[in-house]
Design a protein around this ligand. Structure first.
Ligand SMILES: Nc1ncnc2c1ncn2[C@@H]1O[C@H](COP(=O)(O)OP(=O)(O)OP(=O)(O)O)[C@@H](O)[C@H]1O
Ligand SMILES: [Mg+2]
Length: 434
């Protein structure tokens, strides 16, 4: 499906901090632009036009006085802010309008055109403006500073406006970062909880909504933990209590007269016993271990070495540099050993590959046995589930191995996939977060 906003979405910043800053910056820039536009277009225009009119009228007034032969034009000029010089009439002809044109000159040109009826020439330079007017066979030169026409504070206003916005923006970013931090911390805590790591350090803080979410997360995490613990304890309790009646049954069977065929019954009891023992061993081992930094490559090599013998060969391919992750070494070793023991029971050769990706590490275990049909790849992960074909003495397990593997992998925040290996057997793929 074509998404019309997909392109815009892809341009949007991804992090909350960047988005919030954008939400602040865009209106700020727009307000600045609007005010600059209004200021330049309207305010500055009006002011400069008024000043230009003022200057033109003053020049007009002095030329008027001069026409009436007033002796006071020099004084009037000084009072009105002009430096006045008198030249002969012929001087006027030699004058040429200057090539220099500033933005504000057009206002003066317009104002002079409206006010001065005598012939005149405007000469402008960077610092000064000079208006020559031909009055009564004489050329009067009115000189005044450009500053008078153009307010020099304009760049200052922009500087302050932009400078102040940048300054306040930086302060806003600093405050925003503090607001985003608790959200980040909450995300990290959830991530750690998913990987089965310790999050007791996690304290809710920040804005009330964020704190509320953090408190809800804590409660949820405690509930899940309690529930899991309760279940495991209950199952462990039941398993433990079953051992006594089983022992009693075993004794009773031993006392039975030899004439009765009790062998199948004995086998069943032994089988039940090993099921219970295995489960108890798993539950006990899992509860005590503390996550720590470990080299997965080394762990794989150690586990594989235990299975290497004349009738079974394991090929190990791990990176030459250590692949460090945080996890429970005993549990992970147990998972690998369970997979390897299956491979040993069903195949002659196995291959283990360890790969690092940007997000996680992948452990691929292939063998050349019969494999597991696709329709059973989910079922074999259930406790005590075994494929019918493997119910013989040589491969006689109790069907807990793969469910323990899945449990350990999930406990580390990872995933377990079962599929087909290129050698025709089973491929077990474990993905663990880094
Ligand atoms: N590598 C394999 N190749 C073929 N089938 C397999 C392989 N691994 C497991 N299976 C099938 O999946 C079933 C479940 O395996 P799982 O390891 O859970 O139990 P188990 O090996 O029978 O007993 P346990 O491991 O508890 O001693 C096995 O009985 C077997 O049928
Ligand atoms: Mg097994």
């Amino acid at each position: 499906m074509i998404q019309p906003f997909g392109f815009i979405k892809s341009l949007m910043p991804k992090t909350l901090l960047k988005r919030s800053v954008m939400i602040i910056v865009i209106p700020l820039v727009l307000v600045q632009l609007t005010s600059v536009y209004v200021f330049l277009e309207r305010h500055l225009d009006t002011i400069t036009r008024n000043i230009a009119t003022n200057i033109a009228s003053s020049i007009d007034l002095i030329t008027h006085l001069h026409k009436r032969n007033s002796p006071t034009i020099k004084t009037a000029g000084i009072k009105l802010g002009f430096h006045i010089r008198r030249y002969p009439k012929s001087f006027f002809k030699s004058l040429k309008p200057s090539a220099y044109h500033a933005w504000e000159d057009k206002f003066l040109v317009r104002a002079l055109r409206q006010s001065i009826k005598d012939p005149y020439v405007l000469v402008s330079s960077e610092a000064y403006l000079r208006v020559y007017v031909l009055v009564k066979d004489e050329t009067l030169a009115f000189t005044f500073a450009r500053k008078r026409l153009m307010s020099r504070t304009t760049p200052l206003v922009f500087f302050w406006a932009i400078g102040a916005s940048i300054f306040f923006l930086i302060i806003a970013i600093l405050f925003m970062r503090n607001q985003v931090r608790p959200i980040k911390q909450l995300a990290e805590a959830s991530e750690r909880f998913g990987k089965g790591l310790d999050i007791t350090y996690f304290k809710p803080y920040g804005a009330s909504e964020v704190r509320q979410a953090a408190i809800a997360f804590r409660r949820m995490q405690e509930r899940i933990k309690r529930q899991v613990e309760q279940r495991t304890e209950m199952l462990a309790g039941i398993s433990h209590d079953l051992r006594t009646p089983l022992t009693r049954m075993k004794l009773a069977l031993a006392m039975m007269p030899k004439t009765l065929d009790v062998e199948p019954l004995k086998q069943d009891i032994l089988h039940m016993e090993s099921m219970i023992n295995e489960y108890l061993a798993f539950v006990r081992g899992d509860q005590q271990e503390v996550p720590q930094k470990l080299d997965m490559g080394l762990l794989i090599k150690q586990s594989a070495a235990q299975f290497e013998n004349n009738s079974f060969h394991v090929d190990v391919m791990v990176p030459s540099t250590p692949t460090m992750i945080i996890g429970r070494p005993q549990a992970l070793k147990r998972a690998l050993e369970n997979l390897l023991s299956n491979a040993q029971s069903f195949a002659q050769e196995a291959w283990i590959i360890l790969e690092k990706t940007s997000k996680d590490i992948q452990i691929i275990l292939d063998d050349n046995g019969p494999g597991i049909p696709e329709e059973f790849t989910d079922d074999v992960l259930k406790p005590f589930f075994r494929l019918e074909s493997s119910r013989n003495e040589s491969t006689g397990g109790i069907g807990l191995g793969l469910s323990i593997v899945a449990d350990i992998v999930h406990g580390h925040g990872g995933r377990l996939h079962l599929g087909k290996s290129p050698q025709g057997g089973l491929r077990a793929l474990i993905e663990l977060p880094k």
